[in-house]
Design a protein around this ligand. Structure first.
Ligand SMILES: NC(=O)c1ccc[n+]([C@@H]2O[C@H](COP(=O)([O-])OP(=O)(O)OC[C@H]3O[C@@H](n4cnc5c(N)ncnc54)[C@H](O)[C@@H]3O)[C@@H](O)[C@H]2O)c1
Length: 368
């Protein structure tokens, strides 16, 4: 359908994050949520009732709905590509939660199939479209720190099993601190420093088994299949570099740290897993840093789906594109390979980051 009015949306996956998505997707005037699907039909029905979404049921039923143009894929990482392939095979565009794919091969296959069908396979994170990171983007693009040269990014916690009722997926392939949290930090870095050309890394795994601590499965143990700490060094195509820590094995909670240093100043961004927050700017020769509030409209998860809908109707590329998501997966797979081999690994893919959004772009404005 290419008529005017809101774009029809279906949601697959009615788990923990679906609540935050549905709170937003059901209030954006450019979108109309029509159906929620899950392998757990009761869960899909409960979310549909809670958010007054007209339909719920199976994935097949959702894909048969003619008015759905975008399917928001909120399944677990291991199902992301399989579901996105089903979505585009049904002639619909996909928005997939991060990571875009678990490995390079399946990610490349998904991109190729979407290109062949002329459909979009956009992907989270969309936090980089929020007021906080967009304010930082504009400050750097305006040359306020000179030429950005180096960056430091840090995410370290004890692990999500203390609060997530099904935390085992965080420790399977496609999880770990790198694949789970890396997309937020790496996307923010790529947006500001450009694509990554090569990486080196060291990894470790503090325990072979972990225990779910919250919800009905509390006490259940599960195996740890991925490194739970990674220290990585990134070189960007333009010559910049970044040092990154991604850890699920620290008793110190230090999250959301991104600093970018340039030839004329330095900036600390707000948490890249958030849509707003304060920034701190140091200008060369000025002793006191400047605190800068995020400027622009506060948004939340699902913002990228609105931007995708507007891009589809406007016949232009979406910001949170599959190409960007694939480049992030390629960086993460390269960090994993580098940690395993001890060698530098060249990142084969590249991407051209989209321009900063207009300052007052508002996902809650009706534009379609
Ligand atoms: N929980 C968070 O705070 C959070 C934050 C940001 C992003 N995410 C991402 O969102 C995604 C989902 O996370 P979650 O925490 O909601 O997980 P979850 O386990 O709570 O929910 C996943 C849902 O998907 C359903 N599902 C799985 N495979 C399916 C399939 N093949 N077909 C249909 N339904 C299927 C499950 O039944 C479940 O209801 C993950 O990619 C995660 O990385 C989660």
């Amino acid at each position: 359908m290419t008529t005017g009015g809101p774009v029809g949306v279906g949601v697959i996956g009615a788990g923990v994050i679906s609540t935050q998505y549905l709170e937003n997707l059901t209030t954006f005037p450019d979108l109309k949520v029509l159906f929620i699907a899950d392998i757990d039909l009761e869960r899909a029905k409960a979310q549909a009732e809670k958010f007054q979404v007209p339909g719920s049921g199976t994935v097949e039923q959702l894909l048969a709905e003619p008015d759905i143009e975008i399917v928001v894929n909120l399944t677990v990482p291991a199902a992301h590509v399989e579901i996105a392939l089903q979505v585009i095979a049904a002639g619909k565009n996909a928005w997939t939660e991060k990571p875009f794919s678990l490995d390079r091969e399946s990610g490349r296959a998904l991109l190729a199939e979407a290109r062949r069908l002329g459909l979009r396979v956009a992907t989270a994170p969309d936090t980089f479209l929020g007021a906080g990171l967009q304010t930082g983007r504009r400050i750097i693009a305006n040359g306020e720190i000179g030429v950005p040269l180096t960056a430091i990014a840090m995410f370290q916690v004890a692990g999500p099993e203390s609060w997530h009722p099904n935390a085992d997926f965080y420790y399977a392939k496609g999880g770990g601190p790198l694949f789970d949290m890396g997309p937020y930090y790496l996307t923010a870095l790529v947006q500001n420093l450009g694509p990554v050309s090569r990486v080196s890394a060291v990894g470790s795994r503090s325990t072979a088994i972990r225990t779910i601590a919250a919800g009905p499965r509390a006490g259940e143990t599960f195996p740890v299949d991925v490194d739970t700490h990674l220290g990585a060094l990134l070189e960007f195509e333009g010559g910049a570099s970044a040092q990154c820590v991604f850890s699920f094995q620290s008793s110190i909670r230090r999250v959301g740290f991104i600093e970018i240093d340039g030839t004329a100043g330095a900036i600390v961004f707000p948490d890249p897993n958030m849509f707003d927050g304060e920034l701190t700017l140091w200008r060369d020769g000025v002793d006191e840093p400047e605190r800068i509030a995020a400027s622009g409209v506060l948004s939340s998860r699902g913002t990228g789906v609105v931007e995708l809908a507007q891009a589809i109707r406007g016949n232009r590329p979406e910001q949170a594109s599959g190409e960007l998501g694939y480049h992030i997966v390629d960086i993460m797979a390269s960090i994993t390979d580098a940690a395993a081999s001890g060698d530098w690994v060249a990142v084969q893919s590249t991407v051209v980051p989209g321009a900063a959004l207009p300052e007052h772009w508002d996902p809650r404005s009706a534009t379609l």
